[in-house]
Design a protein around this ligand. Sequence first.
Ligand code: UDP
Ligand code: MG
Length: 328
Amino acid sequence: MDVSVVIPVYNEVDNVAPLHAALDGVLSGLGKPYEILFVDDGSTDGTSKELADLAGVDPHVKVVRFRGNFGQTAAMEAGLQYASGEAVVTIDGDLQNDPADIPMMLATLEEGYDLVHGWRKDRQDDLVLRKIPSWCANRLISWVTDVPIHDLGCTLKVMTRDVARELNLVGEMHRFIPILAAKRGAKCKEVVTNHRARIHGTSKYGISRVGRVLLDLLTVTYLTRFLVSPMKLFGAVGFACGATACLAGFTTIAMKLVGGVDMTGNPMLLLTALSILTGVQFLAIGLLGELITRIYFDARGLPAYAVRETFNLDDGDGPATLPVARAA
Ligand code: UDP
Ligand code: MG
């Protein structure tokens, strides 16, 4: 199994050479073809020159250099798309993850998993600013999504090429890879990995990421539960509004007929009108959502399902974009 190691780097000038040396030591011992794919996310500190030099001396090193800083998710996604190995490893470029964990994770993948993700059980980061918020976020996300994870933020992961290609990471979704993969049927396994303090360079994120992660959790919940049929969400809310409108409307009329309560001065009439309006709007959003979903899948050229394997089918038998000839 060929191995690709994907590393997003942004201003890691003092880290890339030692990381390359460590990766080289580990990967050359695997006895398998490998590539080390750096994605330079618009570094301005000399990282680009370091990477060009490394690529000059080591043909295993491949570099994708962005024109500007597009963020860790974009860099990760580019790496996942450019990677050619059957097994794709992702690792931070700051030496906090330990390349020595890679052989163990590859072996776990070969046991039949689609994604093996790290758990920095003994994490070497600030307690108050990093570890506690991260612990809370992980518990919450695990509970909301019903995916058992301890550490979403660990970049050290190993996945099959199929999973890597279809993740379609945008925004800051690199933090949700195990959730996105699990919801598409990938067999995932969490393994404890080593973690070290950052020695060179600085972290690119502060405490503000907590709020952004919570917002992303909303997005992920929506994407994993309602992407294929948004009407199920918005339609339900629309119906609830409709029911409220009926109830409030009848109450208004009954109050008028029975008690002689003035209709225009009755707040129930306002509730009726508001519920009708919002209900219609939710139904319309649901319909638009259904259209957008169809456009989304069409535009990506990928189906709304994920194929694990096929039998007695050849390339070209299935939809043009699907890898079908992968019978076990
Ligand atoms: N990174 C990147 N683009 C960015 C920010 C970060 O490619 O805009 C890279 C960074 O160089 C590092 C990895 O993503 O290799 C993780 O970043 P960092 O160590 O700052 O995150 P932390 O470990 O503090 O969560
Ligand atoms: Mg780091």
